[in-house]
Ligand binder design. Structure first.
Ligand code: FAD
Length: 187
C-alpha cells in the first residue's frame, strides 16, 4: 500500500511524487511507455529541437537580407534524429531518472516506478501489466484523472475501444487534472 499511487510518469506525475516524498510519504508511478512522459520524450523537447533544425535550413534557403545568396543546407536526417535522441536521453537522465536516485541518498522514501499499463480495479487499486505480460496490483491513494474512470478501462487516457459505442480507440489523454499546472518546467 502506497501513500500515493500515480498513473503515468510525466512531469505532472513527478511533481506529485516529489511533493509526496518531501512530505515523507511513499509514492509509486506507473508507466506504460517511457519514463518522463510526453514532454521530454515525444513532445516539447524533441519537437522544438527538430523545429529549430528545420528553421535553420529554411532561413538559409530564404535569407531575409538582399545581398545574401540563398544556400541549400544538406540534411542528414538519421544524424539529426540521433542528436535529438541523445539530447532526450541526457535530459531524461538529468531531470527525471536522477530524481529517483536522489530519494535514496537523502534517506527519504524512494519514489518507485512500475513499468506497464495500469487499469483501474477499484478506487484505490490498479492492475499494472508489463510488456512481458507480468502483472501486479498496486494500492494507494490514486492521483486520479479528471473524469471518473470505470473499472477495467484505462484510467488515464479513457481510451475507448474501437468496438465500443462512440469509441474510436483514440487516446485523448488528459491526465492529472488534480495537479493542474504543477508539472516540472517545460524545457
Ligand atoms: C508534439 C508536442 C509538443 C508539445 N510542446 C509543448 C510545449 O512546447 N510547451 C508545453 O508547455 N507543452 C507542450 N506539449 C504538451 C506537454 O507535452 C504536455 O502538456 C505534458 O507533457 C503533460 O504532462 P503530464 O505529466 O500531465 O502528462 P504526460 O507527460 O503525457 O504523462 C502521462 C504519462 O502517462 C502514461 N500513461 C498513460 N496511460 C497510462 C496507463 N494506463 N498506465 C500507465 N501509464 C500510462 C503515458 O505513457 C505518459 O508517459 C507538447 C505536446 C506534444 C505532443
Amino acid at each position: 500500500m502506497y501513500d500515493l499511487l500515480i498513473l503515468g510518469s510525466g512531469s505532472t506525475a513527478f511533481a506529485a511524487a516529489i511533493h509526496a516524498r518531501d512530505l515523507g510519504k511513499t509514492a509509486v508511478m506507473t508507466e506504460s511507455r517511457t519514463l518522463g512522459g510526453t514532454c521530454v520524450n515525444r513532445g516539447c523537447l524533441p519537437s522544438k529541437n527538430l523545429i529549430e533544425a528545420a528553421r535553420l535550413v529554411y532561413d538559409a534557403a530564404h535569407p531575409r537580407y538582399p545581398g545574401l545568396t540563398p544556400a541549400h543546407l544538406g540534411v542528414d536526417f538519421p544524424a539529426l534524429i540521433a542528436q535529438k535522441d541523445e539530447i532526450i536521453r541526457e535530459y531524461r537522465d538529468q531531470h527525471y531518472t536522477s530524481i529517483l536516485d536522489e530519494a535514496d541518498e537523502d534517506a527519504q522514501p524512494p519514489i518507485e516506478v512500475v513499468p506497464g499499463r495500469a487499469v483501474l480495479v477499484d478506487p484505490h487499486t490498479v492492475a499494472v501489466t508489463a510488456a512481458d505480460g507480468t502483472a501486479r496490483q498496486l494500492a494507494g491513494i490514486l492521483a486520479i484523472p479528471p473524469r471518473h474512470p470505470r473499472a477495467g478501462r484505462d484510467p488515464v487516457s479513457h481510451e475507448r475501444p474501437a468496438d465500443e459505442p462512440g469509441g474510436d480507440g483514440v487516446d485523448r489523454a488528459s491526465p492529472f487534472a488534480a495537479y493542474p499546472g504543477r508539472g516540472l518546467h517545460c524545457p
